[in-house]
Design a protein around this ligand. Structure first.
Ligand SMILES: [Zn+2]
Length: 437
């Protein structure tokens, strides 16, 4: 048992669904905050829970270099290590190897690269990327792929796409042979519970599980609506649960190569499919064209994950096309630079015009930042280079993204077509009532 996916509502191409992983039940379409090194920068895990984050992303490349996958395995896996009992997805490390590391040498076996931290030499292959991700123990892990650069000529894109297809088959083969090695059961006191059934606990008491139970058993929560995101009672790590390995479609900006990549990846067979290699510098119209055409070749009954996208308008747009999962560093990275997404448009909080502004950042936002602090204070924190500025800005931006996805799911539930979905952003000055998802 790895994951199950069930479509719950459909509106034109858009759909809502329920993705059940070993650690969580996730309502889709979902936005996944990025926790690169096992931390969503600046935000403690209990606040991520309060914001209603259902699944977060960890980067294998970063965790492999520091603290090292063996350390994470010894600590019981990434969930245990970072004290996060909802779902996690790790990428394969491929994208970071190609974007961050130096002196890459690529061949059929894999890629040799130098660490961006200390210049040390390392090797990733489909097999070692699977081994690392099994040790980290995320709910969903990704096949090792080559993210083709942009622009690239057609012959280069084809060669790269074909290697990604061969690497996908090798990833699956290794994963199937080693998936039982996930570290979830290694720490004594780990709780197993069959969904809906009675809990059985091994002998060692575990205060962390107890704390998690207390949280899910109705501890006070903030004003942010988290109804849809709370872990349902009775859904804890299921017995004999394994990770789910998703395949990745490449093929650059060529629709025909994307079709071929999708068909070859589907033929190998995965419980979910990602569209990779986009948001790499191409024009947005082209991203949309490739997403739309690639989705046609992916199974409708499996989760479809668009990697590394996007801004608030884009996550709404792609949900409208039928994408189920997205991740992006934008809400967290922009927040650290003082750029804040609000229902009234984007705000650069560093501007002097906010110095004496007593209003909340976003009057339509129920997050703890907007409930408590003024724009004037946030501007002061940012201008003073206070750590709290980054923390508060990030909390708000994540709240805004997660609220946006709640609104999208609600709109799909109401049967609104993708044109209405995009209307969520077409009237930035109209104050909308918050929808309790
Ligand atoms: Zn807010």
């Amino acid at each position: 048992m790895s994951t199950t996916f069930q479509i719950t509502d459909v509106a034109a191409q858009a759909r809502t669904g329920r993705l059940v992983t070993p650690h969580a039940e996730i309502e889709t379409p979902v936005f996944m905050p990025v926790g690169t090194v096992g931390s969503v920068k600046g935000v403690p895990q209990d606040i991520l829970e309060e914001l209603g984050a259902q699944i977060i992303l960890g980067n294998t490349y970063h965790l492999y270099l520091r603290p090292g996958v063996e350390t994470v395995r010894q600590m019981g896996g990434l969930h245990r290590f970072m004290s996060w009992d909802r779902a996690i997805l790790t990428d394969s490390g491929g994208f970071q190897v190609f974007s961050l590391s130096e002196l890459r040498k690529l061949n059929e076996d894999g890629v040799t690269f130098r660490s961006h931290l200390d210049g040390s030499s390392h090797f990733f292959s489909p097999e070692s990327a699977m081994e690392a991700q099994i040790s980290l123990g995320a709910d969903i892990i990704m096949a090792f792929d080559e993210c083709t650069e942009y622009p690239a000529d057609l012959a280069r894109v084809r060669t790269s796409m074909e290697m990604t297809a061969r690497w996908a088959a090798r990833s699956k083969k290794y994963f199937e042979a080693h998936k039982s090695e996930v570290p979830w059961g290694e720490v004594s006191g780990f709780e197993f519970q069959v969904s809906g059934g009675p809990s059985t606990r091994s002998s060692t008491p575990d205060t962390r599980n107890l704390a998690a139970e207390l949280r899910s058993a109705g501890q006070p929560r903030a004003a942010v609506p988290t109804k849809g995101a709370q872990r349902p009672k009775g859904l804890l790590l299921r017995e004999h649960a394994t990770q789910a390995l998703f395949g990745i479609v490449q093929g650059g900006m060529d629709r025909e190569l994307r079709r071929e990549s999708a068909e070859r990846t589907v033929e190998i067979g995965f419980p979910g499919y990602a569209i990779g290699g986009l948001s790499v510098g191409e024009p947005r119209a082209l991203t949309r064209e490739i997403v739309e055409s690639t989705l046609e070749y992916l199974p409708k009954d499996k989760p479809r994950y668009l990697m590394g996208v996007g801004n608030p308008e884009e996550i709404v747009e792609y949900s409208g096309l039928g994408v189920d999962m997205m991740d992006c560093v934008q809400p967290t990275r922009a927040a650290r630079h003082g750029l804040l997404f609000t229902s009234e448009g984007k705000i650069s909080i560093k501007q002097a015009r906010y110095a004496q502004d007593p209003e909340p950042l976003d009057p339509n936002c129920g997050c703890r930042v907007c409930q408590r602090y003024s724009r004037g204070y946030l501007r002061h924190l940012f201008a003073s280079n206070e750590i709290l500025a980054q923390v508060l800005n990030t909390i708000h931006n994540l709240s805004f993204y997660l609220d946006t996805m709640r609104r999208v799911r609600h709109s799909i539930l109401l049967g609104e077509e993708s044109r209405s979905l995009s209307g969520i952003w077409s009237q930035p000055n109209v104050r909308r009532p918050r929808i309790q998802a």
